[in-house]
Design a protein around this ligand. Sequence first.
Ligand code: TXA
Ligand code: MG
Length: 330
Amino acid sequence: MEVGLKTLVLPAGAAANAAAARTLAEGGLVAFPTETVYGLGADATNPAAIARLYQAKGRPAFNPLIAHVGDIGAARQIGQFDAQALALAEAFWPGPLTLVVPKTPDCAVADLATAGLDTVAIRIPAHPVASEILRLFGRPVVAPSANLSGHVSPTTADHVRSDLDGRIDLIVDGGAVAVGVESTIVGCFGTPMLLRPGGLPRAEIERVLGRALLQPPADADSDSGQPLAPGMLASHYAPRTKVRLHADRLEPGEALLAFGSHPVPGIDAAAAVMNLSVGGDLAEAAANLFGYLRALDTGSAYTIAVMPIPDDGLGEAINDRLRRAAVGRE
Ligand code: TXA
Ligand code: MG
C-alpha cells in the first residue's frame, strides 16, 4: 500500500460515523473503537479492501479476520449457528465474544478474509460507535485489532495513530476502550472449544453451555504450522522490550508492571513503575494492560518485570497476553 496516505482523525459523532461508512463503501480502511480494543475495518465483501488491510497491518495473509455485524440476523446470513452457538450469541451479543461457525453457502465474506477456511469468525461489538458504523454501512466489516502485526493491541486512538498513521484512511476517536483485551473466541463447529481467552471470562460461557469448553490441541499454539486461531501465535503480542513474568522482586534498571499493593523489593531502583490495578481489580487491569505495556516499552528499561496476576475471570486473558509478550522476538 502507499505509505504516505493522509490519515484523517475525527472525534466520534454523527459526521465521523457517516465518513466511516462512506470510506468503507469506497474500499477504504477505517479504525474505530469497540468495547474490547480498536479495530481496523474494511468491507468484508471487498477483496481489494481486505488486501490493503493485510498490507497496512503487515499481517501474514494466512491469518483470518473477524467479521463484525450489527445484529444476529446479519450474523446468520454469513454463519450457520447450531443450538449451542445460538445460545451463546443470545446470551452475550452484543459483547466481547467471537463465535467461529461454519460459513453459509452464500456467505458474503470474501475468502481472503477467512483465509480460505470453511468457517467464519463473527462478532457483534458492544460499542455505540461500532454499532452505528455497522448500521450505516449495512454489510459485514472485517476488523483485526488496529495495530501493526506483532504489536500490542490499541486501546486508544493515539495508539492506532502511532502504529498506522499514513497507512489507513480514517481513525474515529471514541476515547479509551472499556474492556482492554480482545474478545474471547469460541469455535462452534462441533463441541465448543476455547480458541482464545479474552474479554468474556470462560466461566460465564461454560455456565450458559452447561459444560466445559474444550481446549484446542496443544500443537495449535505454535509459530509453526497452521494454528487453529493464528492470534495464538506464540509471540503475537510482544512489545520490543523483554518481558519477565511472576516477578516478586526487581533488578536494577528494570521497569515494573505492578498489580495490587504487595511491596516489591528493589522498586526504589525501578526505571519506571505502572500499576495495572492498585486495588487488585482484574477488569481494571485488563483495561490498562496494553496501554501500560506500550508506555513501558520505550527503550528506557532493559526488561519489563510483571508481578503475578491471579488466573481467574479476566485474569486468564491477561496472563495469556502476558505469556505471549514474554516469548522472545527475533
Ligand atoms: O476484540 C476483538 O476480537 C478485536 C476487535 C477489533 O473486534 N479483534 C481482533 O481481531 O482481535 P484479530 O484479527 O486481532 O484476531 C482475530 C482472531 C485471530 O486469532 C484469528 O486467527 C481468529 O480470530 N480467527 C478468525 N477467523 C477464524 C476462523 N475461521 N477459525 C479460527 N480462528 C479464526
Ligand atoms: Mg490482533
